[in-house]
Write a protein that binds this ligand. Structure first.
Ligand code: ZN
Ligand code: ZN
Length: 225
């Protein structure tokens, strides 16, 4: 049961094609797990320009520009595309590439299931694998052992965290598979993986995090976190 969804703002930016690739990947992966957000997105698609005019009025966008955008999104869902779909169809992933933890849109970035992921330790038992996206924002898989905390940090930009396995809790709530946490400059948190199962997340950020402790701060440039 997914409790934390994509905001309207993010979903519309995704439909309009204005998000950096790393954020597109998180949104597409959530949508592949979440019927509710997929239906909302199809609603945007169906009502098209009318919805955008009403809900994001400050953004001037002609309905011509909008239909051009939707054509672009549809083109991206071609079988050779990066594997994510903005039009609500199942991602075009070769049937040989399936994984119970990593949803279809991610497999194009990892080159295979969980056992293909090249993990690197970033200290404290936490491991990461940076995914190949454009540099406007970065995307990574994080593997946090059950019961382990990610160091206390704030954010300089936007951070999207999507849980793929296990669960974590922080000051705001509990997040399990399919849940997405949207953190911004105003938020500081210490995510802790729940006991019982290691937590695997997909996280995307468009600016370096702000760590309070010295050690993570020193390590940041090496881990591009
Ligand atoms: Zn959702
Ligand atoms: Zn964070």
């Amino acid at each position: 049961m997914i409790k934390h969804h994509i905001s309207d703002k993010l979903l519309m930016a995704y439909c309009a094609g204005t998000l950096p690739e790393a954020f597109n990947l998180v949104v597409a992966t959530h949508i592949s797990l979440c019927d509710e957000c997929r239906a909302r997105m199809e609603g945007f698609d169906a009502v098209g320009g009318a919805v955008l005019d009403q809900r994001v009025s400050p953004v001037a966008m002609s309905s011509d520009a909008l239909s051009a955008t939707f054509r672009k999104i549809k083109a991206k869902t071609a079988p050779d595309g990066p594997g994510y779909s903005a039009a609500g169809q199942a991602p075009h992933t070769p049937s040989a590439m399936r994984d119970t933890v990593l949803p279809g849109p991610l497999l194009a970035y990892t080159g295979g299931g969980l056992d293909h992921v090249q993990w690197r330790s970033i200290g404290g038992g936490v491991r990461q694998a940076i995914l190949p996206t454009s540099r406007h924002a970065s995307a990574r898989l994080l593997h946090i052992p059950a019961g382990t905390a990610v160091p206390d940090h704030g954010h300089r930009g936007l951070e999207l965290t999507l849980v793929l396995q296990g669960a974590f809790v922080d000051e705001s709530d509990r997040f399990a598979r399919g849940d997405i946490e949207i953190a911004d400059e105003e938020m500081e948190h210490t995510p802790i993986a729940e006991m019982g199962a290691d937590c695997i997340c997909l996280a995307a950020t468009d600016a370096p995090l702000k760590f309070r402790a010295l050690l993570p701060r020193l390590a940041q440039p090496f881990f591009r976190i």
